[in-house]
Design a protein around this ligand. Structure first.
Ligand SMILES: C[S@@+](CC[C@H](N)C(=O)[O-])C[C@H]1O[C@@H](n2cnc3c(N)ncnc32)[C@H](O)[C@@H]1O
Length: 223
């Protein structure tokens, strides 16, 4: 499987284009886009909602953060506060995320971990990571107390895989900070599946509309 990932990465020619300045916890970061990178190549608006929410509310800097579906790796900006940010996505997202990590000199606090939701569709949803050992060894860091998911509800076919991964990376008491823009009118189905009586694990959901069609959701794992 690692060979397949290497092939995908070789086929894609990154084209890092404009870089956006963003401020998080009082520090300025530069996040470059990749206009050949599809959905993973640019910053999505929900990311800013999550950063603002965490700036306002604060969080324990000693708690490692896992970001699912990192795209550009914009959540590396949380390293202004967090000791360790694990940025995860499909393997082909790695070049842009690594580029942004290096550009912002946050190698000591941020790392990329390839993580495909619902890996192999197995019901046990094993976490498979072939990233470098060290801070990005997901197996050593699991379970995470704080998980970020920004704008990852745009394809309903992935909902069960994403739910499976959320279950695999959290423990009872973990918090998941979610934000999404309504694009396919089915986003509520994902949240319903996490809160349904009898669902395992079950999450408590606090939902706040932050824009006409954008929501910030704080999930707490109950079981
Ligand atoms: C809309 S982008 C959001 C990127 C980033 N979170 C943001 O808010 O700027 C969705 C991200 O989810 C990733 N993604 C999609 N399907 C995935 C899967 N099955 N496993 C892991 N990541 C996936 C994409 O590669 C992309 O980076």
């Amino acid at each position: 499987m690692e060979k397949v990932f290497e092939e995908i990465k070789k086929r894609r020619k990154p084209n890092f284009s404009s870089c956006e300045k963003i401020v998080s916890f009082g520090r300025e970061f530069s996040i470059c886009s990749d206009n050949s990178g599809g959905v993973a190549g640019s910053i999505w608006n929900s990311a800013f909602e999550i950063i603002s929410y965490l700036e306002e509310r604060g969080f324990d800097p000693n708690v490692p953060i896992l970001d699912l579906g990192s795209g550009t790796g914009v959540m590396l900006s949380l390293s202004a506060q967090a000791r360790l940010c694990v940025l995860s996505d499909l393997p082909e997202a790695e070049p842009l995320i690594q580029h942004n990590i290096i550009l912002n000199h946050v190698e000591a606090r941020c790392c990329f971990a390839p993580l495909r939701w619902g890996w192999a569709g197995a019901s046990a949803c094993p976490i498979t990571s072939y990233g470098p050992a060290g801070p990005c060894d997901l197996h050593e860091l699991l379970p995470f107390a704080l998980v970020i998911v920004s704008d990852c509800l745009y394809k309903s076919a992935a909902y069960s895989d994403l739910a499976c991964t959320l279950a695999a990376v959290t423990r009872p008491g973990s918090e998941v900070i979610f934000a999404y823009s309504v694009r396919i009118q089915r986003e509520h189905e994902f949240l319903d599946s996490l809160t349904r009586e009898g669902s395992l694990p079950r999450f408590e959901v606090r939902l706040r509309r932050v824009h006409k069609d954008r929501f910030l959701v704080v999930l707490r794992r109950m079981s």
